[in-house]
Design a protein around this ligand. Structure first.
Ligand code: FAD
Ligand code: DHB
Length: 390
């Protein structure tokens, strides 16, 4: 098979890129190691920046998102038992959209199938070759048969554990990493959200987050020890712990019910530089990871894809500038989101080694944040998504 772009990975980054390239008349195949059902079964992000919403619209797949997604004008921060609202719309004139990564992925998969665009699921032993030449190749096995794809470029959209970044010679790559000393235990339940907006909680028992997927489906998280196990957490124990971390009104209003998903995610900050190696270009989690606090992971993947799609479109029109600057344009935005996610994580979690001094500093910062318009504006403009610098 020969295509212009071989995309590795059918997560949000790969699927969105595929759709945008199709719109630009550029041929692509997506090669994914898992099944479609497996990809859709992963419960992950839920908050879309306006730029991500825009990109879904440009890709022609925004219809259901606008019908079913919930527009949020602000969020709440809860500390010392009281909630304080940050009004994004008033402060920076922008909003965010509540729409699950699962739904976004499903919309992209459906559109791809309806257009008859090629996607290979359950591809085994995917390998990328010759990306330091003008003729890169991808090989994989499917149903026991060996396949080869010849292409102009390989888009590495295969997530943090993917094969693309791992195929780059280690001396060509500089990585930056911070691993946090706790995890997030999350549950999904078909219960009405405790509040219209998200609540980020700093509590002496640890961080908590009240999020949602719709008016009837809630997503809640509590900070937990890194070595904790899902089996240690009955639904009842989870709800009791969450209730302890909420303000009194929210605790009383919380509607509980059986969980439909429960998992523990580790928290990590990670950036690989650069994101381009000859004709291999990394996008999304393949190149960087943020801790989930602040909901930047999926949005950063979408912003890399925006730069990559534009760079490839320019390339085929004869202009190489955007491709030459792909890595630095992405990284400028990535590092700002890394900073914001690290800062939100530092502000809201209990760190085992920070002690009373650390807790007092957090409280002082939170007080400053909710009472200073300058500080609230800074949070708001980062949360809704920084500009793309085009
Ligand atoms: P992915 O979604 O990881 O997609 C990569 C795809 O590549 C996968 O489908 C994978 O199967 C495939 N792949 C991997 N290796 C290969 C290979 N060798 N060959 C072929 N295909 C391959 N963000 C938030 O904002 N909020 C959250 O609450 C949140 N929770 C998260 C929970 C977890 C457990 C994880 C891992 C991430 C979470 N994130 C969250 C981050 C967010 O989901 C990611 O940033 C987002 O999925 C990135 O999209 P992506 O397409 O770059 O990567
Ligand atoms: C969600 C996750 C986040 O990390 C966040 O900051 C907001 C919402 C969520 O999964 O809904």
């Amino acid at each position: 098979m020969r295509v212009q772009i071989a995309i590795i990975g059918a997560g949000p980054a790969g699927l969105l890129l595929g759709q945008l390239l199709h719109g630009a008349g550029i041929s692509a195949v997506i090669i994914e190691q898992r099944s479609q059902e497996y990809v859709l079964g992963r419960i992950r992000a839920g908050v879309l920046e306006q730029g991500t919403v825009e990109l879904m619209d440009i890709a022609g797949v925004g219809g259901r998102m606008h019908r079913e997604g919930l527009v949020h004008d602000g969020t709440e921060l809860c500390f010392k038992g009281e909630r304080h609202r940050i009004d994004f719309h008033k402060l920076v004139g922008k909003t965010v959209m509540i729409y699950g990564q699962t739904e976004l992925t499903r919309d992209l998969m459906d559109a791809r199938r309806a257009l008859g665009l090629p996607t290979v699921y359950e591809a085994a032993n995917v390998a990328v070759h010759d990306f330091d030449t003008a003729h890169p190749r991808v090989t994989y096995e499917k149903d026991g048969l060996a396949h080869e794809v010849q292409c102009d470029f390989i888009a590495g959209c295969d997530g943090f554990h993917g094969v693309c970044r791992a195929s780059v010679p280690t001396d060509a790559l500089h990585t930056y990493e911070r691993v946090y000393p706790f995890g997030w235990l999350g549950i999904l339940s078909d219960t009405p959200p405790v509040s219209d907006e998200l609540i980020y909680v700093n509590h002496e028992r640890g961080f908590a987050l009240c999020s949602q997927r719709s008016t009837t489906r809630s997503r809640y998280y509590v900070q937990c020890p890194l070595d904790d196990k899902v089996e240690n957490w009955s639904d009842e124990r989870f709800w009791d712990e969450l209730r302890l971390r909420l303000d009194r009104e929210a605790a009383e209003r919380l509607v509980t019910g059986p969980s439909i998903e429960k998992s523990i995610a580790p928290l990590r900050s990670f950036v690989a530089e650069p994101l381009r190696f000859g004709r291999l270009l990394l996008a999304g989690d393949a190149g960087h990871i943020v801790p989930p606090t602040g909901a930047k992971g999926l949005n950063l993947a979408a912003s890399d894809v925006r730069f990559l799609w534009q760079a490839l479109e320019d390339h085929y029109r004869g202009n190489q500038t955007a491709l030459e600057h792909y890595s630095e344009r992405c990284l400028a935005r990535i590092w700002k989101a890394e900073r914001f996610s690290w800062w939100m994580t530092s502000l809201l979690h209990r760190f085992p080694d920070n002690g009373d001094f650390g807790r007092k500093i957090q409280e002082a910062e939170l007080e400053y944040l909710v009472h200073s318009e300058a500080a609230s504006t800074s949070l708001a403009e980062n949360y809704v998504g920084l500009p793309f610098g085009e």
